[in-house]
Design a protein around this ligand. Structure first.
Ligand code: ZN
Length: 182
C-alpha cells in the first residue's frame, strides 16, 4: 500500500489520480500544519478524494514555526517534518511507500524538493531500518505537464498560499504564477 502526502494542490492530485487510474492500493494523507491556506486546501482535498474514490485522512501537526521570511512560502524543514510524519503513518498502516508531489518548478525555491533531499531522506530511512521508502515521481515534471495530466480535476485543485475573502486565489504568489492564474 502507498500513502500520498495530499494537499489538494496540482502535484499531489496528479499522484492521486495516477494511483487511482492504475488501480494501486492508496491512502491520501492531508496534514494541517497551520498553513494559512489550510482550510481552503482541505476543501479541495476532500472534493478530489471523493471524486477519485480514495480514502482520505486528515491529521494535525504542530510545527515550531511557519513562514519566517515575510511572504516567502518556505517553511523551515517542512518536508522533513511532513515526510517523517507520513512515514510514521505509513508504517503504522502497513504501507511501504510514501509519495510526495515535489516537481521541477519547486526545486528552485524549495531545497527540500530537490532530488538530493529525497535521496538523503531515503538514506536516513534505511539507517532507521524502517520498511518504508519515499518516492517523488514528479521531480522532473513541469507544471504544464502536470496540469495536462490532471484533465478535468484541474479545476478542483487549490494552489494559492493567500486565499482571498471571495474564495479565490490571490493571483500574485508563486503558486498562483505557476498555476497560470497570475
Ligand atoms: Zn496566490
Amino acid at each position: 500500500m502507498k500513502v500520498i502526502l495530499f494537499s489538494g494542490g496540482m502535484d499531489s492530485s496528479l499522484l492521486a489520480k495516477t494511483a487511482k487510474d492504475t488501480g494501486q492500493d492508496t491512502r491520501l494523507l492531508f496534514v494541517h500544519y497551520n498553513q494559512n491556506h489550510a482550510e481552503r486546501e482541505w476543501m479541495a482535498a476532500q472534493r478530489i478524494a471523493k471524486h477519485l474514490g480514495l480514502p482520505l485522512t486528515r491529521r494535525a501537526l504542530l510545527m515550531g514555526g511557519l513562514m519566517v521570511k515575510g511572504r516567502s512560502p518556505v517553511v523551515p524543514g517542512r518536508n522533513a517534518l511532513l515526510l517523517s510524519y507520513a512515514v510514521n503513518f505509513a508504517a503504522a498502516h502497513g504501507a511501504d511507500t510514501v509519495e510526495i508531489g515535489c516537481c521541477a518548478a519547486d526545486a528552485r525555491l524549495f531545497p527540500d524538493c530537490r532530488p538530493e533531499f529525497i535521496r538523503a531522506f531515503n538514506t536516513m530511512l534505511s539507517a532507521s531500518e524502517l520498511p518504508v521508502r519515499v518516492d517523488a515521481p514528479l521531480l522532473l515534471t513541469s507544471k504544464r505537464v502536470i496540469r495536462a495530466g490532471l484533465g478535468r480535476i484541474f479545476g478542483a485543485t487549490w494552489s494559492c498560499y493567500y486565499p482571498q475573502r471571495d474564495g479565490r486565489g490571490c493571483a500574485q504568489c508563486e503558486a498562483c504564477r505557476e498555476r497560470g492564474t497570475a
